[in-house]
Design a protein around this ligand. Sequence first.
Ligand SMILES: Nc1ncnc2c1ncn2[C@@H]1O[C@H](COP(=O)(O)OP(=O)(O)OP(=O)(O)O)[C@@H](O)[C@H]1O
Ligand SMILES: [Mg+2]
Length: 613
Amino acid sequence: MKLLLRIANYIKPYWIYILLGSVSMLFFALTNSAMVYIIAPVIRFLFYPAQVSKEIGVSMDHIQAGTFFDRLKTLLRASYDKYLFSANPLEILARFCLILLALMLIKNLCFWLQAFFSSYALESIIRDIRLDLYRHLQSLSMSFFNRHRTGELISRIINDTGVMNEMISLSFSNFIRDPILILVYFVFLLVLNWKLTLIILIGLPPVVFGMDRLGKHLRRYSKKCQERMADLYTHLQESLAGIKITKVFGAKETEISRFKKHLQSFFKINLKRIWVQKLSTPFNELVGTAIAVFILWYGGREVLLDKTIRPEEFIQYIFALFMIMQPLKALSNDYTSVMQGLAAAERIFSLMDTKPDISSQVGARKAEHLREKIVFENVSFAYGAENESAIEGVSFELRKGEHIAIVGPSGGGKTTIIDLMLRLYDPQEGAIYLDGTDIREFELWSYRSLFGVVTQDVILFYDTVKGNIAYGKPDATMDEIIESAKIANAHKFIMALPLGYDTIIGERGITLSGGERQRIAIARAILKNPEIIIFDEATSSLDTESERLIQEAIERLIKNRTVVTVAHRLSTVKEAHRILVIDKGRIVEEGNHESLMRTDGLYRLLYSIQFKC
Ligand SMILES: Nc1ncnc2c1ncn2[C@@H]1O[C@H](COP(=O)(O)OP(=O)(O)OP(=O)(O)O)[C@@H](O)[C@H]1O
Ligand SMILES: [Mg+2]
């Protein structure tokens, strides 16, 4: 129920379109009924022309007699007869054809209008849900993305909303349409013959019971189906992103068999889902036919034996009965798709309900500048409860204008320290302060905007070079972009690209070399002109020319700024004011190059190995 209310919230803004759609549908049903209705008198006229002419005028007198439905019926009949039969036979035929054409026109117009309004509402709703879901994803913290596979998230945004879309589109237009149709046809049947019509109600309990059982199974299978679909998405996303490794390692067959396994398990559960879903039609048709046969038998007896029903009225009634069968059958189909849609909605909303671990507190302050220093005080952090601490009891200061280098063996916790400083994660113990205020008390975006970051693995987006450089400052002018590219030693190679700054660099910047990508990332950080620069150097080694170009770029980047570098390059380390040596999550040594070289510790060891000196 809560789920339906939440879906209703998305539907609410478009209620006017839904109302217009419903009204169109109502008219559709009315004209459709009218078409069946007008046939009977004509049949009667064709068979007994003399009698019909006699009856006109007489029937008007009967209007006061009988139940409400009887009176409505007589009134309708009398007005119609009066219009149609107060002329010669040829004229009658012409009038009848005219009415038929007019009704047909209105009916089809209403049908299209209904589709027009409801599809507008529907597509808007799905667009809104997708956007909200994506917006929510963007607000979630890094730890969430560490826990969830990309493919699964893509599957939620595309596949689950797609399934929900189907539910809303199918059931939603039909859910309005079919009940209206059923109601109108039901009233019509009541008008034609209320006694026969009440028999239909006998079928209600078995149908409701059967559909309820079916629906529950369907919802369960549908949920499993979407989970398997998410596995498929994940596999595809990961294997296509890693296609190069698969090729190099000749792991084609392994990948294919893994994909086959996922496909097979999706195939099995999906089949079950379809089989259960397809049960609904035959089940309902059986019950429906049983009732119709009963009505045929009972009504037929009335016609033949008791003569309480006129033959043409009975034909009219059977026609109308067929008409109501259609939406009744559709309604049961709608029900099955709603059940599946609800399973998808559950998954969608559970994602929307995930709270970000890291967000701005209510009434958080704006961080404007680094005035004095950033302080790490006894900071410990582990990725997830089951993991060992990635860093433990780390304390240090970064003063304004200072350049700190972090060095140490791989996996020591260098990137983790950087991520904590950027508040991508919050420490489990200890705290980080900006000018004496815990960074958790600042508005997240304002705090992060103090930093410019070059990450360890450079991420470039599928966009132009220009767009990638201006990523952190979308309103930058072309001159500013070129200027930063020049400082980052990137201008020359960018100009050599086919379209210069307008060249699209592929997914993750595939067409560029590692060194070139890094220089674009540096230009990106320079353009943002932040107060604090964080530079996590890539571990991959570069040729001497690239090395020199990047070195120059780094030197310009860090000049006169507050800087933290995770350093692998000799000169970057040497020139730092202070060096933190990190090993197994702890700061094991601290000092400048000279002082650290004097002590016979890890730094000297690393230095002699890593910097080949
Ligand atoms: N997202 C993550 N989830 C779980 N564990 C992680 C995650 N990222 C890093 N770790 C673990 O935390 C520890 C520190 O990793 P970190 O990336 O900070 O090392 P590093 O010093 O930057 O290494 P490198 O020099 O290779 O970049 C490692 O043991 C690593 O396996
Ligand atoms: Mg690292």
